[in-house]
Ligand binder design. Structure first.
Ligand code: MG
Length: 368
C-alpha cells in the first residue's frame, strides 16, 4: 500500500480534573494526532508524549519536531506492506513515542485495508477486556476514599493509586483499612531509591497490593531486581521498559514480576506484542497502561489488551472519566469492569472530524 498523505495535528483538550502523579500533574492535554491516508482509507493514531518531560524525555514538542522533521517528510509515496516495517527507522535513535505514532497509524490503516478489527490483525481475541482505573494523588485521604468508592461502584477491577514520598505508607494503610478487599495497587512513577527507601517499600508488603509499579528510577533495572528479591509484593515495570531489549534484560535480571505495556512508550504495537510474547514465555503477566489518551489512543490500547498474556486489568477507563466529550464515536464505556472491543475495521471507532478541527492548534500536511 502506498501512503498518499500524512496529516499531523496538535490539539488541546481539557481534562475534567487535574491529574497528579509522583512527577507532576496536568490539567489540559496537548495531544498530537496523526492520520495516514492510502487507497481512500485513513489510519489514525495518537502520540502519547506529555506536555512536560516528567514521565519520559519526550514531550509534545519533541515529538512534533521528530515527526515533522524526520519521520513524516519522506513517508508519502512510500510503499508500506506491513506496519511492522515502520517501527525500525534504524537511523533514528530513541524517541519511541514519536515513532509509535507513525507505526500505530499504519496498523490502523492496514487493518482497515484488510477489513479486520485491529484486535484480529494483532492476534488477539474476545469481545471485551477487563479494566481498572488510575487515581491521581489527592490532597486528603477523604478525597481519595471518595474516588475509590466511586470507582469500585462503577465496577473497575483494579484500583491504582498514585503515590509519592509523604503520600505513601500512611495513605495506603488507611485505604486498606477502609477497603479491605479492594483489588488495589500503587504506582510510584520512580519516586523512590535504594537503599534509603528499602524499609519503606518493604512496609507495603502488609497492604496486600496486587503490585507496586515503577518504584525506582526509570533507568535502574538492577536496583529493581534487588528490591524484588527483598519484598513480597510483585514489582511492575512501566517507565523502565522502552523496548523488547529492556524487557528481556528485566526478565533476565528478575527486575520485577509484571510489566505494564504501553504501545506508545515502547515504539508501537509490534514492539508491544514482542514484549508481551517475551513476558508470556517467561510466565510474567502483563497489562496495558494508559497515558491520558483520547478515544483514538484508547482504541489501540483496547485492541492490544485482547492478547492472551494481558491477564491483569488494563488502565483503560471510560472516556467520560477524563473528557467532557471524547473525540471519537462511540465513546468508550465499560460495563461491570469489562470494556467492549470495537468490532469495526481498524481501531473501530470514528474520529469526530468537526470536533477535532475545532480543537486543532497547529497542523502540518505531508504529500508525495
Ligand atoms: Mg505508571
Amino acid at each position: 500500500m502506498r501512503v498518499a498523505r500524512a496529516v499531523l495535528r496538535e490539539l488541546v483538550l481539557e481534562l475534567k480534573r487535574h491529574f497528579e502523579t509522583g512527577t507532576g500533574g496536568t490539567g489540559a492535554r496537548r495531544i498530537l494526532l496523526l492520520t495516514l491516508e492510502a487507497e481512500d482509507l485513513e489510519g489514525w493514531s495518537e502520540c502519547v508524549a506529555a506536555e512536560t518531560p516528567g514521565y519520559s524525555y519526550e514531550t509534545t514538542d519533541t515529538a512534533w519536531q521528530v515527526l515533522t522533521r524526520w519521520l513524516l517528510p519522506d513517508l508519502p509515496g512510500r510503499e508500506v506492506d506491513d506496519a511492522r516495517q515502520l517501527h525500525a527507522a534504524p537511523w533514528l535513535r530513541g524517541h519511541p513515542m514519536a515513532r509509535a505514532a507513525v507505526e500505530m497509524a499504519a496498523w490502523d490503516l492496514e487493518a482497515k485495508r484488510r477489513n479486520l478489527p485491529l484486535r484480529d490483525l494483532l492476534g488477539g481475541a474476545g469481545e471485551a477486556v477487563p479494566v481498572g482505573v488510575a487515581i491521581g494523588i489527592q490532597k486528603t485521604d477523604d478525597a481519595l476514599f471518595r474516588r475509590i468508592e466511586q470507582c469500585l461502584a462503577d465496577g473497575y477491577r483494579k484500583i491504582k493509586v498514585k503515590i509519592k514520598p509523604g503520600r505513601d505508607v500512611n495513605m495506603l494503610r488507611a485505604v486498606r483499612e477502609r477497603f479491605p478487599d479492594a483489588p488495589l495497587m500503587a504506582d510510584a512513577n520512580s519516586s523512590y531509591a535504594l537503599p534509603e527507601d528499602l524499609e519503606l517499600l518493604a512496609t507495603m508488603d502488609e497492604f496486600d497490593l496486587m503490585m507496586i509499579e515503577q518504584p525506582l528510577s526509570h533507568e535502574d533495572l538492577l536496583d529493581h531486581a534487588a528490591l524484588q528479591r527483598s519484598i513480597a509484593t510483585p514489582v511492575c515495570l512501566d517507565e523502565s521498559v522502552r523496548s523488547v531489549g529492556d524487557a528481556r534484560l528485566a526478565l533476565h535480571l528478575g527486575s520485577g514480576r509484571i510489566v505494564n505495556v504501553k504501545p506508545g512508550r515502547v515504539g508501537g504495537l509490534a514492539s508491544a506484542v514482542a514484549i508481551h510474547d517475551a513476558c508470556r514465555a517467561a510466565g510474567w503477566p502483563v497489562w496495558c497502561g494508559g497515558m491520558l489518551e483520547t478515544g483514538i489512543g484508547r482504541a489501540h490500547n483496547v485492541a492490544l489488551a485482547t492478547l492472551p498474556g494481558f491477564v491483569l486489568p488494563g488502565d483503560i477507563s471510560n472516556s467520560g472519566r477524563y473528557w467532557k466529550e471524547d473525540i471519537v464515536v462511540p465513546e468508550f464505556a465499560m460495563t461491570d469492569g469489562l470494556m467492549p472491543v470495537p468490532e469495526g475495521a481498524g481501531i473501530g471507532v470514528a474520529p469526530r472530524r468537526n470536533r477535532i478541527e475545532a480543537l486543532t492548534t497547529r497542523m502540518r500536511v505531508f504529500e508525495s
